[in-house]
Write a protein that binds this ligand. Structure first.
Ligand code: GLV
Length: 319
Protein backbone atom coordinates (compact mmCIF):
# COMPACT_ATOMS: atom_id res chain seq x y z
CA UNK A 1 0.00 0.00 0.00
CA UNK A 2 1.36 3.39 -0.99
CA UNK A 3 0.67 6.83 0.43
CA UNK A 4 -1.21 9.24 -1.84
CA UNK A 5 -1.52 12.94 -0.96
CA UNK A 6 -4.30 14.87 -2.66
CA UNK A 7 -3.67 18.62 -2.42
CA UNK A 8 -7.29 19.84 -2.58
CA UNK A 9 -10.91 18.77 -2.83
CA UNK A 10 -11.69 16.46 -5.77
CA UNK A 11 -14.84 14.39 -6.47
CA UNK A 12 -15.43 11.51 -4.03
CA UNK A 13 -15.49 8.86 -6.77
CA UNK A 14 -11.82 9.57 -7.51
CA UNK A 15 -10.89 9.53 -3.82
CA UNK A 16 -12.72 6.20 -3.41
CA UNK A 17 -10.89 4.73 -6.38
CA UNK A 18 -7.53 5.73 -4.85
CA UNK A 19 -8.59 4.55 -1.39
CA UNK A 20 -9.49 1.09 -2.68
CA UNK A 21 -5.78 0.43 -3.18
CA UNK A 22 -3.85 2.98 -1.13
CA UNK A 23 -3.73 5.15 1.95
CA UNK A 24 -5.07 8.55 0.94
CA UNK A 25 -4.47 11.85 2.71
CA UNK A 26 -6.76 14.37 0.99
CA UNK A 27 -6.88 18.04 1.93
CA UNK A 28 -10.55 18.90 2.35
CA UNK A 29 -10.44 22.44 3.71
CA UNK A 30 -12.62 25.09 2.07
CA UNK A 31 -9.52 27.18 1.20
CA UNK A 32 -6.46 26.08 -0.76
CA UNK A 33 -3.97 24.27 1.42
CA UNK A 34 -1.33 26.54 2.96
CA UNK A 35 2.14 25.97 1.59
CA UNK A 36 3.70 25.03 4.95
CA UNK A 37 0.88 22.54 5.60
CA UNK A 38 1.36 21.04 2.13
CA UNK A 39 5.13 20.72 2.58
CA UNK A 40 4.50 18.91 5.86
CA UNK A 41 1.81 16.58 4.50
CA UNK A 42 3.66 15.42 1.39
CA UNK A 43 6.51 13.96 3.47
CA UNK A 44 6.69 10.25 2.67
CA UNK A 45 4.16 10.41 -0.20
CA UNK A 46 4.50 7.96 -3.09
CA UNK A 47 2.02 9.94 -5.19
CA UNK A 48 0.80 13.53 -5.18
CA UNK A 49 -2.50 14.35 -6.88
CA UNK A 50 -2.21 18.10 -7.41
CA UNK A 51 -4.56 20.91 -8.32
CA UNK A 52 -3.47 23.75 -10.59
CA UNK A 53 -3.49 26.13 -7.62
CA UNK A 54 -0.53 24.29 -6.05
CA UNK A 55 3.05 24.89 -7.19
CA UNK A 56 4.86 21.58 -7.60
CA UNK A 57 8.50 22.58 -7.61
CA UNK A 58 11.85 21.21 -6.41
CA UNK A 59 11.07 22.27 -2.83
CA UNK A 60 7.81 20.29 -2.77
CA UNK A 61 9.33 17.25 -4.50
CA UNK A 62 12.19 17.21 -2.00
CA UNK A 63 9.77 17.64 0.90
CA UNK A 64 8.00 14.49 -0.35
CA UNK A 65 11.22 12.48 -0.47
CA UNK A 66 12.99 10.07 -2.82
CA UNK A 67 10.17 7.46 -2.73
CA UNK A 68 7.85 9.85 -4.65
CA UNK A 69 6.91 8.25 -7.98
CA UNK A 70 4.20 10.38 -9.54
CA UNK A 71 2.66 13.84 -9.59
CA UNK A 72 -0.81 13.60 -11.16
CA UNK A 73 -2.11 17.07 -11.99
CA UNK A 74 -5.90 17.44 -12.16
CA UNK A 75 -5.68 19.80 -15.16
CA UNK A 76 -4.56 19.71 -18.75
CA UNK A 77 -2.31 22.75 -18.23
CA UNK A 78 0.74 21.97 -16.14
CA UNK A 79 2.54 25.27 -15.83
CA UNK A 80 2.22 24.81 -12.03
CA UNK A 81 4.57 21.81 -12.28
CA UNK A 82 8.33 22.06 -12.68
CA UNK A 83 8.57 19.16 -15.13
CA UNK A 84 12.40 19.16 -15.42
CA UNK A 85 12.61 18.96 -11.60
CA UNK A 86 10.31 15.90 -11.76
CA UNK A 87 12.42 14.31 -14.51
CA UNK A 88 15.64 14.92 -12.54
CA UNK A 89 14.16 13.05 -9.58
CA UNK A 90 12.65 10.23 -11.64
CA UNK A 91 9.12 11.36 -10.80
CA UNK A 92 6.50 10.85 -13.53
CA UNK A 93 4.28 13.90 -14.12
CA UNK A 94 0.84 13.44 -15.67
CA UNK A 95 -2.08 15.66 -16.72
CA UNK A 96 -5.69 15.29 -17.90
CA UNK A 97 -5.93 16.01 -21.64
CA UNK A 98 -9.02 15.24 -23.71
CA UNK A 99 -11.66 15.02 -20.99
CA UNK A 100 -12.05 18.82 -20.69
CA UNK A 101 -11.81 19.70 -24.37
CA UNK A 102 -15.51 20.32 -25.01
CA UNK A 103 -16.19 22.04 -21.69
CA UNK A 104 -13.36 24.50 -22.30
CA UNK A 105 -14.33 25.12 -25.92
CA UNK A 106 -17.88 25.82 -24.69
CA UNK A 107 -16.54 28.51 -22.34
CA UNK A 108 -14.35 29.96 -25.11
CA UNK A 109 -17.40 30.20 -27.32
CA UNK A 110 -19.48 31.56 -24.45
CA UNK A 111 -16.90 34.33 -24.04
CA UNK A 112 -16.90 34.99 -27.79
CA UNK A 113 -20.67 35.53 -27.61
CA UNK A 114 -20.46 37.52 -24.37
CA UNK A 115 -17.87 39.86 -25.87
CA UNK A 116 -19.22 40.26 -29.40
CA UNK A 117 -22.90 40.51 -28.39
CA UNK A 118 -22.28 42.52 -25.19
CA UNK A 119 -24.15 39.99 -23.06
CA UNK A 120 -22.48 40.83 -19.74
CA UNK A 121 -23.11 44.54 -20.33
CA UNK A 122 -26.79 43.83 -20.97
CA UNK A 123 -27.04 41.68 -17.87
CA UNK A 124 -25.36 44.31 -15.72
CA UNK A 125 -27.70 46.96 -17.07
CA UNK A 126 -30.83 45.00 -16.16
CA UNK A 127 -29.54 44.22 -12.68
CA UNK A 128 -28.59 47.84 -12.09
CA UNK A 129 -32.29 48.74 -12.17
CA UNK A 130 -31.58 51.46 -14.74
CA UNK A 131 -34.43 52.28 -17.14
CA UNK A 132 -34.06 50.71 -20.59
CA UNK A 133 -36.15 49.95 -23.63
CA UNK A 134 -35.66 48.30 -27.01
CA UNK A 135 -34.03 50.68 -29.43
CA UNK A 136 -32.71 50.44 -32.99
CA UNK A 137 -29.22 51.30 -31.80
CA UNK A 138 -29.41 49.91 -28.25
CA UNK A 139 -26.40 47.77 -27.18
CA UNK A 140 -25.44 46.81 -30.72
CA UNK A 141 -22.78 44.15 -30.97
CA UNK A 142 -21.00 42.46 -33.86
CA UNK A 143 -22.24 39.45 -35.84
CA UNK A 144 -20.13 36.34 -36.15
CA UNK A 145 -21.41 35.01 -39.50
CA UNK A 146 -18.85 35.51 -42.26
CA UNK A 147 -16.21 36.75 -39.79
CA UNK A 148 -12.84 35.14 -39.16
CA UNK A 149 -11.80 33.30 -36.02
CA UNK A 150 -8.05 33.12 -35.41
CA UNK A 151 -7.12 30.16 -33.22
CA UNK A 152 -3.74 30.41 -31.51
CA UNK A 153 -2.73 26.84 -30.62
CA UNK A 154 -4.67 24.26 -32.63
CA UNK A 155 -4.64 21.35 -30.17
CA UNK A 156 -7.82 19.59 -29.09
CA UNK A 157 -9.41 22.65 -27.42
CA UNK A 158 -8.48 24.96 -30.32
CA UNK A 159 -10.02 22.51 -32.77
CA UNK A 160 -13.19 22.13 -30.69
CA UNK A 161 -13.54 25.93 -30.54
CA UNK A 162 -13.00 26.14 -34.31
CA UNK A 163 -15.70 23.51 -34.84
CA UNK A 164 -18.16 25.61 -32.85
CA UNK A 165 -17.15 28.72 -34.81
CA UNK A 166 -17.69 26.86 -38.07
CA UNK A 167 -21.26 26.07 -36.97
CA UNK A 168 -21.73 29.82 -36.43
CA UNK A 169 -20.65 30.51 -40.02
CA UNK A 170 -17.14 31.73 -39.26
CA UNK A 171 -13.99 31.23 -41.32
CA UNK A 172 -11.02 29.72 -39.49
CA UNK A 173 -7.34 30.59 -39.55
CA UNK A 174 -4.90 29.11 -37.06
CA UNK A 175 -1.36 29.35 -35.80
CA UNK A 176 0.20 26.21 -34.45
CA UNK A 177 3.56 24.52 -34.04
CA UNK A 178 2.43 21.78 -36.42
CA UNK A 179 0.18 21.46 -39.45
CA UNK A 180 -3.31 20.08 -38.73
CA UNK A 181 -4.20 16.57 -39.72
CA UNK A 182 -5.42 17.03 -43.35
CA UNK A 183 -8.85 15.48 -42.63
CA UNK A 184 -9.47 17.90 -39.74
CA UNK A 185 -8.10 20.86 -41.74
CA UNK A 186 -10.50 19.98 -44.56
CA UNK A 187 -13.44 19.54 -42.16
CA UNK A 188 -12.78 22.96 -40.63
CA UNK A 189 -11.60 24.51 -43.90
CA UNK A 190 -8.87 25.98 -41.71
CA UNK A 191 -5.80 27.79 -43.06
CA UNK A 192 -2.50 27.83 -41.18
CA UNK A 193 -0.90 31.28 -40.94
CA UNK A 194 1.79 32.92 -38.83
CA UNK A 195 0.82 34.86 -35.70
CA UNK A 196 1.18 38.26 -37.33
CA UNK A 197 -1.15 37.41 -40.21
CA UNK A 198 -3.59 35.75 -37.81
CA UNK A 199 -3.74 38.90 -35.68
CA UNK A 200 -4.21 41.18 -38.63
CA UNK A 201 -6.99 39.21 -40.41
CA UNK A 202 -9.03 37.85 -37.47
CA UNK A 203 -12.23 39.36 -36.12
CA UNK A 204 -11.95 37.18 -33.03
CA UNK A 205 -8.64 35.82 -31.70
CA UNK A 206 -8.97 32.88 -29.31
CA UNK A 207 -5.97 31.62 -27.32
CA UNK A 208 -5.51 27.88 -26.82
CA UNK A 209 -1.75 27.39 -26.55
CA UNK A 210 0.01 26.05 -23.45
CA UNK A 211 1.73 28.54 -21.16
CA UNK A 212 5.50 28.47 -20.74
CA UNK A 213 8.54 30.68 -21.35
CA UNK A 214 7.85 30.59 -25.12
CA UNK A 215 4.31 31.94 -24.74
CA UNK A 216 4.82 34.41 -21.86
CA UNK A 217 3.20 37.69 -23.03
CA UNK A 218 2.74 36.21 -26.51
CA UNK A 219 0.05 38.86 -26.82
CA UNK A 220 1.47 42.23 -25.80
CA UNK A 221 1.17 45.84 -26.94
CA UNK A 222 2.67 45.15 -30.38
CA UNK A 223 0.38 42.18 -31.07
CA UNK A 224 -2.70 44.04 -29.84
CA UNK A 225 -1.77 46.93 -32.15
CA UNK A 226 -1.66 44.46 -35.06
CA UNK A 227 -5.27 43.42 -34.41
CA UNK A 228 -8.17 45.18 -36.14
CA UNK A 229 -9.79 47.92 -34.04
CA UNK A 230 -13.08 46.00 -34.51
CA UNK A 231 -11.58 42.70 -33.23
CA UNK A 232 -12.00 40.76 -29.97
CA UNK A 233 -9.51 38.75 -27.91
CA UNK A 234 -10.57 35.68 -25.92
CA UNK A 235 -8.35 33.85 -23.44
CA UNK A 236 -9.34 30.52 -21.89
CA UNK A 237 -5.76 29.17 -21.81
CA UNK A 238 -3.52 30.78 -19.16
CA UNK A 239 -3.46 34.40 -18.01
CA UNK A 240 0.24 35.25 -18.47
CA UNK A 241 0.02 34.51 -22.22
CA UNK A 242 -1.45 38.02 -22.36
CA UNK A 243 0.25 41.17 -21.05
CA UNK A 244 -2.73 42.40 -19.02
CA UNK A 245 -1.38 45.93 -18.69
CA UNK A 246 -1.19 46.21 -22.47
CA UNK A 247 -4.64 44.64 -22.84
CA UNK A 248 -6.24 47.06 -20.37
CA UNK A 249 -4.70 49.96 -22.31
CA UNK A 250 -5.83 48.60 -25.70
CA UNK A 251 -9.38 48.09 -24.43
CA UNK A 252 -9.52 51.52 -22.78
CA UNK A 253 -8.17 53.29 -25.85
CA UNK A 254 -10.34 51.28 -28.24
CA UNK A 255 -7.43 49.87 -30.22
CA UNK A 256 -9.36 46.58 -30.09
CA UNK A 257 -13.14 46.33 -29.66
CA UNK A 258 -13.38 43.97 -26.72
CA UNK A 259 -12.19 40.88 -24.90
CA UNK A 260 -13.38 37.87 -22.97
CA UNK A 261 -11.19 36.39 -20.24
CA UNK A 262 -11.49 33.24 -18.16
CA UNK A 263 -7.90 33.35 -16.88
CA UNK A 264 -5.69 36.11 -15.44
CA UNK A 265 -2.04 37.01 -15.36
CA UNK A 266 -1.92 37.12 -11.55
CA UNK A 267 -4.86 34.82 -10.85
CA UNK A 268 -7.02 35.11 -8.81
CA UNK A 269 -6.26 38.87 -8.84
CA UNK A 270 -7.80 40.65 -11.81
CA UNK A 271 -5.99 43.66 -13.24
CA UNK A 272 -7.76 46.70 -11.74
CA UNK A 273 -7.63 48.41 -15.14
CA UNK A 274 -9.95 45.72 -16.54
CA UNK A 275 -12.57 45.79 -13.80
CA UNK A 276 -14.09 49.13 -14.73
CA UNK A 277 -14.25 48.48 -18.49
CA UNK A 278 -17.52 47.55 -20.17
CA UNK A 279 -15.87 46.03 -23.24
CA UNK A 280 -14.38 43.04 -21.42
CA UNK A 281 -16.30 39.99 -20.18
CA UNK A 282 -14.69 38.43 -17.11
CA UNK A 283 -15.19 34.87 -15.85
CA UNK A 284 -13.54 33.20 -12.84
CA UNK A 285 -11.57 30.35 -14.54
CA UNK A 286 -14.61 28.19 -15.38
CA UNK A 287 -13.16 26.41 -18.45
CA UNK A 288 -13.55 22.87 -17.14
CA UNK A 289 -16.13 23.64 -14.46
CA UNK A 290 -18.90 21.13 -15.09
CA UNK A 291 -19.78 18.24 -12.78
CA UNK A 292 -19.14 15.73 -15.57
CA UNK A 293 -15.83 17.23 -16.65
CA UNK A 294 -14.38 17.70 -13.18
CA UNK A 295 -15.33 14.11 -12.34
CA UNK A 296 -13.67 12.85 -15.53
CA UNK A 297 -10.55 14.92 -14.79
CA UNK A 298 -10.26 13.60 -11.25
CA UNK A 299 -10.81 9.99 -12.42
CA UNK A 300 -8.13 10.37 -15.10
CA UNK A 301 -5.71 11.83 -12.54
CA UNK A 302 -6.49 8.90 -10.21
CA UNK A 303 -5.91 6.43 -13.07
CA UNK A 304 -2.61 8.15 -13.86
CA UNK A 305 -1.45 7.88 -10.24
CA UNK A 306 -2.64 4.27 -9.86
CA UNK A 307 -0.92 3.18 -13.07
CA UNK A 308 2.46 4.59 -12.01
CA UNK A 309 2.12 3.14 -8.50
CA UNK A 310 1.59 -0.31 -9.99
CA UNK A 311 4.53 0.05 -12.34
CA UNK A 312 2.51 0.66 -15.49
CA UNK A 313 2.59 3.44 -18.04
CA UNK A 314 -0.04 6.07 -17.12
CA UNK A 315 -2.71 7.03 -19.67
CA UNK A 316 -1.53 10.67 -19.81
CA UNK A 317 2.16 11.12 -19.03
CA UNK A 318 3.78 14.54 -19.52
CA UNK A 319 7.31 13.35 -18.74
C1 GLV B 1 -7.61 24.18 -16.47
O1 GLV B 1 -7.34 25.32 -16.57
C2 GLV B 1 -6.78 23.11 -16.94
O2 GLV B 1 -5.65 23.36 -17.40
O3 GLV B 1 -7.23 21.97 -16.87
Amino acid sequence: MSRVVVTGRIPDTAIEKLRAEHEVDAWSGPESIRRDELLRRVAGADAIVSLLTERVDAELLDAAGPQLKVVANVAVGYDNIDVPACVERGVVATNTPGVLTDATADIAFGLILMATRRLAEGERLIRSGQAWKWGMFFLLGSSLQGKTLGVVGMGGIGQATARRAKAFGMEIVYQSRSELDPTIAAELDARRVDLEELLSVSDVVSLHCPYGPATHHLIGAEQLATMKSSAFLVNTARGPIVDEDALATALREGSIAGAGLDVYEHEPRVHPGLLGLDNVALLPHLGSATVETRTAMAMLAADNALAVLSGERPPAAIS
